[in-house]
Write a protein that binds this ligand. Structure first.
Ligand SMILES: Cc1ncc(COP(=O)(O)O)c(C=O)c1O
Length: 429
């Protein structure tokens, strides 16, 4: 009896997996941090490697049986060095957050000062006291912010860095529309002996594809990031540096293992190695198409009558577009996200400048990585914006919009920018 009901419970999970697959297949997934896997990467993630251990570095292991995996990790590290044009790459980290925790372990000690973007201005929780920065016991000071330009106020932030003399000056955001003015700020940081760390979690693919900014050439000593956002690989992280300092390399490697991982998800490392090769082949055009689509989406939403942030700067230079749906702290962003989901459009509410409450913000953050990966082009962004307007401005019944979204999306069911284009949403039985 118990056995039967346990089986039924497991079956229910499988059914929910398939329901989720169908949901995304039929929707417009526009969460800026999400992406889908290429068939080759998916195979790596489903391989025997998922249950194996390989603590240490290639050819220097604590376990037997790692020879083939050593080959995989070495290929991946070499590819990462080419893709990010750098002298050091660690591809073991299991997430962007783990990349940050491991790097902060390597670069600072408890009680040290760190400067970073506040979460209210678009910084990530791992840059905050509630996240990695607090976990490492660091003393956080946030940058003065330019709300109009959606970036640190250059002069005020540079003088703050000079005055505070942090051990680490951390840059990068989760709401990331425009490149950080890194050269000026890194100069101030280096003057006072700080290490410059750039969190490229969101923009890793745009950076590697040469479409955003080039942090390692603009003063970043260490770049961290996720391997599954604009960089279209499996869930995981990278730690990158162009420093020739081998002591720093050793500290960064040990920040990840043994710092934050024992087993580091070998199947995902293999997936990253394949995704890096695919990126070398297709990444530049993928990154360029993501940005063109985001700019076209900003333009199209504005033409439909939406308030799109940073119109005067061309809406965006990244994969994201940010819209305002009502008064500060009104919860209008939360309500818009809920209505859009009923209409088959998946987004997230987001705080905008002035908002003080994360659960009742006035904005939405939209992303184009997945729509681009399934083949949408700038002209298609006009259709996407039309669906937004029908659901949010014209007040049409969301379920009738949803039917049209499903029909529109049925033309975009193949994952592109990879060696073997195939089904984008295979888990729909
Ligand atoms: C700036 C920034 N850093 C780090 C992360 C964390 O990445 P992960 O979800 O891979 O842990 C995010 C996630 O969205 C992010 O926006």
């Amino acid at each position: 009896m118990g056995h039967m009901s346990n089986r039924k419970t497991a079956d229910n999970v499988v059914e929910a997996i398939n329901a989720s697959g169908r949901h995304y297949r039929d929707s417009l997934p526009m969460i800026a941090s999400e992406n889908i896997l290429s068939p080759m990467v998916r195979r790596a993630c489903d391989s025997d490697l998922h249950g194996r251990y390989a603590e240490g570095l290639p050819r220097k292991r604590y376990y037997q049986g790692c020879e083939d995996f050593d080959t995989i990790e070495e290929i991946g590290i070499d590819s990462a060095k080419r893709v990010f044009d750098c002298r050091f790459a660690n591809i073991q980290s299991t997430s962007g957050t783990n990349s940050n925790i491991g790097s902060l372990k390597a670069l600072a000690k408890p009680g040290d000062k760190i400067t970073a973007v506040s979460t209210a201005d678009g910084g990530h929780i791992s840059h905050a006291r509630m996240g990695a920065v607090g976990l490492r016991g660091l003393d956080l000071i946030t940058y003065p912010w330019d709300d109009e330009r959606m970036e640190p106020d250059i002069d005020a932030a540079a003088s703050m860095i000079r005055k505070e003399e942090p051990a680490v000056a951390l840059f990068g955001q989760s709401v990331f529309l425009f490149p950080t003015p890194l050269e000026e700020l890194a100069e101030a940081a280096h003057e006072v002996g700080a290490t410059v760390m750039y969190d490229a979690a969101h923009v890793m693919g745009l950076v590697a594809g040469g479409q955003f900014q080039d942090p390692l050439r603009e003063g970043a000593d260490v770049m961290t990031g996720s391997s599954h956002k604009t960089f279209p690989g499996p869930q995981g992280g990278f730690v990158i540096s162009d420093s020739g300092d081998e002591k720093l390399h050793r500290r960064l490697n040990s920040g990840i293992f043994p710092g934050v991982c024992s087993s580091y998800h070998l199947h995902h490392v293999a997936g990253k190695a394949i995704a890096l090769s695919e990126f070398e082949e297709f990444g530049e055009s993928y990154a360029a198409d993501i940005v063109s689509n985001a700019q076209a989406l900003g333009e199209a939403l504005s033409s439909e009558g939406f308030e799109v942030i940073a119109e005067e700067r061309g809406f965006t230079a990244s994969h994201q577009v940010v819209t305002r749906h009502g008064e500060i702290d009104s919860g209008a962003g939360r309500d818009a996200a809920a209505t859009l989901e009923e209409a088959g459009i998946i987004t997230n509410m987001n705080m905008l400048p002035g908002d003080t409450k994360a659960l009742t913000p006035s904005g939405l953050r939209l992303g184009t990585p997945e729509l681009t990966r399934v083949g949408m082009k700038p002209g298609d962004m006009e259709d996407v914006a039309r669906f937004f307007a029908r659901a949010l401005i014209e007040g049409e019944d969301p379920s009738s919009v949803k039917n049209d979204v499903r029909e529109f999306k049925s033309q975009f069911q193949t994952v592109h920018y990879c060696f073997e284009p195939g089904p984008a949403y295979p888990d729909c039985d």
